[in-house]
Write a protein that binds this ligand. Sequence first.
Ligand code: MLT
Length: 408
Amino acid sequence: MALLNEHYLKLAAGYLFPEIGRRTAAFAEANPDADVIRMGIGDVVRGLPRPVADAMKAACEELAHDESFHGYPPARGYDFLLEAIAGHEFNARGVPVDADEIFLSDGSKCDSANIQEIFGLDQRVALTDPVYPVYCDSNVMAGRTGPADEQGRYEGLVYLPCTAENGFRPPLPDGHVDLVYLCSPNNPTGAVMTRQDLAAWVEYARREGAVLLFDAAYEAYVTDPEIPRSIYEIDGAREVAVEMRSFSKTAGFTGVRCAFTVVPHELMGSTAAGEAVPLHGLWDRRQSTKYNGVSYPVQKGAAACYTPEGKAAVGELVGFYQENARLMKRDLIEAGYTVHGADNAPYLWIACPGGAGSWDFFDRLLQEAHVVCTPGAGFGAAGEGYVRLSAFQQRPLVEEALRRIRAL
Ligand code: MLT
């Protein structure tokens, strides 16, 4: 028999969302009359913005003719989209990012899982607790950790607890780390990092020679103008940070798939012998070897987000989910819950009432309100005692879920 990569066997549990799906399906099967409302996984529910759908249709039509057919896309992406992203997402806001520093992909999940491949296996990795499980699990799979303890914390990883006491904003590590995963607006807590927070992290990374892996997949949900939407708004970040963004939660692309990662030219890693090597070249090599790019119609659809009509439609879509988050937070606070997040993020981080455990409150919400949430413990030990509710749902279902939760 072929030998396994035994690091996979260290994974403490199944991937969180399939596990929630399994429990929800079992409940629905046992209770066929229950009208289950899904507010667990952060999956969008509204149709694509019309300009995006039209651009994708037109692109498919182009592909149907020899004269306008497109085969393999360029490895990093077509210039029309890379330039639109650089211009609209960064340069128009005074943020220095060049089109040739952008790498398109089929998702921030994939990029955040894959980026660790270009770093040494002995590198010390810090991540927040709670954390988006992909950052952690991908490092376990790669062999960068020992086994998990009874709380699910892996030996060798540096956990940065994000608690109500510190506003769910990650503290700097006590000692040296090489790689740090940061996510703001945060999945799962909905917290945001301030300019001062990010400046402190950039200073730490410059001092320690660390690389920050900054996941900004939810930046479109920032409403506070003082909160940075890109880490490159911070002086000195280009030398120490990779940034990941996505069209999933802005333009409704969770099924369509398009995201991008920025690797600035100045960002260096080191060989064991001390030679500085640009990470841009390594990521380019990794992606062009293992990945064939985002399809032409999808790139055309993504580019349509930056036309005046596309911007208006994307703004309307994001605004719709922001309003869900606002209504949810308001009603749940009125009902006596302690609710964090939601102001600059599509997620609510809710303290389980009466000190209940995350999975217990998950079960109670499912069985008594027929509402699916995500148990905070699934994101790490410090998530115990919380659940996450996603604002990505249709308005009548949000209202019905709130009515049921209030009636508990
Ligand atoms: C979530 O619910 O945390 C997200 O949908 C996961 C993801 O974007 O991969």
